[in-house]
Design a protein around this ligand. Sequence first.
Ligand code: ADP
Length: 606
Amino acid sequence: MDIRHWERWRPVLVDGLLILALTVGLALYLSLAIHSRVQEGLVAQEMARLQRLATLPQLVTAWRDGSDELQTLLSQEAAVLGGRLAAVSNAGQLRAVSHPAAGDGIPWASLPEVRQAISQGVAHALRPDPLTEEPALLAAAVVMENGRPLGVLHWTLPQAELEAGIPALWRPIGRAAVIALALLVALLTGRAIQTSRRIRRLTEVVERVTQGDLDARIHSLGSGEIGQLAQAFNRMADKLQKQIKKRGREKDRLNTVLHVMTDGVLILNRHGRVRLLNPAAARLLRVEPERALRRSFIQVARDHRIAEVWTRCRESGQEEVATMELTPTQFLRVIVTPFLKGKDRGYLVLLQDLTQLRRLQMVRQDFISNISHELRTPLASLQALVETLQDGALEDPPAARRFLGRMEVEVDALTQMVEELLELSRIESGQVPLRLRSTPVLEAVLPGVERLRPQAERAQLELAIHLPPDLPPVLADAVRVQQVITNLVHNAIKFTPAGGRVEVSAQAGEGELTVMVADTGIGIPPQDLPRIFERFYKTDRSRAAGGTGLGLAIAKHVVQAHGGRIWAESVLGEGSRFYFTLPLAESMPDDSAPPTDTALARSTSS
Ligand code: ADP
């Protein structure tokens, strides 16, 4: 039998056996009690028959007449009564027996019932028959004649004959007992099956809830104890579901926060194994989140300096902080805080990426050193010129004029630099308003180029303009775009030797216009190309050509404020191509719409 089956039926079986034992015990007791009562009744009945026989006149007569008559009578009566009859004289002598040889060897005078009958008139005993040794009713009654005892009539009736009628009495009682027992067992089994079915339903639902089906509930198990248990369980499941939902929401919120955080967060257990890490931490440590989980922090960090902060925190039991340069371009601040939650000790590791901050600091430092450097050259040459004049050149008017002319050039250069710096700072801080409106390309591009035509001619360069007539208008601030064009064309002229060519062209694309300024000049070394849009950046080869290194930085900010991009391509010694894009004015309903005011955005990228 299946063990679960056995478990289910065991209580029923135990109860059944108990009931069976009780019923059998009760039946036995009852049967014994009834048996003895019935037996008493039967004995009394038989004794009455014996007494009737003892007082029969024929018996007295036969007793007197002689042994043969007496024997004949006894035989006749024994045939009616059953058993054996014997006539015993007052002196204890056997006078006659119903059956031949039935009186042989029996000490009639000493038989207890005979002696008792002589003194009391009648007596009986239930004991083994002295002749056959079978249980029997041994009865004796005095036979009287005219008030005088003649002798004793002795009757031996086998118990089997005495109780011949009893089994018939038992049958209905036995049947009733069996029916009652069967009914009881059926009732109990039914109850047990019903209870077991309810408990099974309860167990099934409990198991479903345990496996995570929080919607599982028990329906209608009645109002009994099991019903109350089911209701209590349902209430508990409701509460559990609410709490789990609440915890789920809190977890979601925490996950969202951890997900969008730019700082890396790790939670370590007390052995330093990673229990949780957010995407920022995985990115900063360059690990796969799934692979990092459950591994030791030392393995995940793969840098002894980071691991050391945790080791220090573990030893001191206090928050430990360290800032480090992971690579020349990556700076990291590591903060490890221990936390205690009961016995559950752990550590919170916070990784802050300081790269951007450091970059800004370096940009600021660069800016200051660049500006000092840029100012030093014109100031030094101004100082030298002033000293020369003081040292006597003033006395030589033609030389003095020449020096003053050179001083003017330096002052102009300084003024230009200061103006451009001011311009750049105003653009960066968003103080320069941009008046965006639908502008024809010619209006935005042409004036800036034409302004430089005399300069190009002086430098003996060919200046070509290719603007297709059907170009759509752009959404731009014409003055600012001209500033960008002037800057690019001015550079092209500056860095192209005599006999070269500068070309300006434009082309409409998907939602934007691309303007190109190409030259056949000295070109830009590949390593400098990504940096030429930075403030003060100049290639070594262009140092001699003068300039502040701010023009392209300004151009970049202006183009970006328009929502465009700017970039350059170049082959050293062959020439350079500068491109920038502007959005087309397609989205504007008509040209008369009021111009949009926007400020040049602040940028921290250079
Ligand atoms: P600058 O005032 O020095 O011209 P820019 O910001 O306009 O400053 O240019 C930055 C640097 O980029 C220049 O110093 C030069 O080295 C390089 N450059 C710009 N345009 C060209 C060009 N057309 N050909 C070669 N080099 C160029």
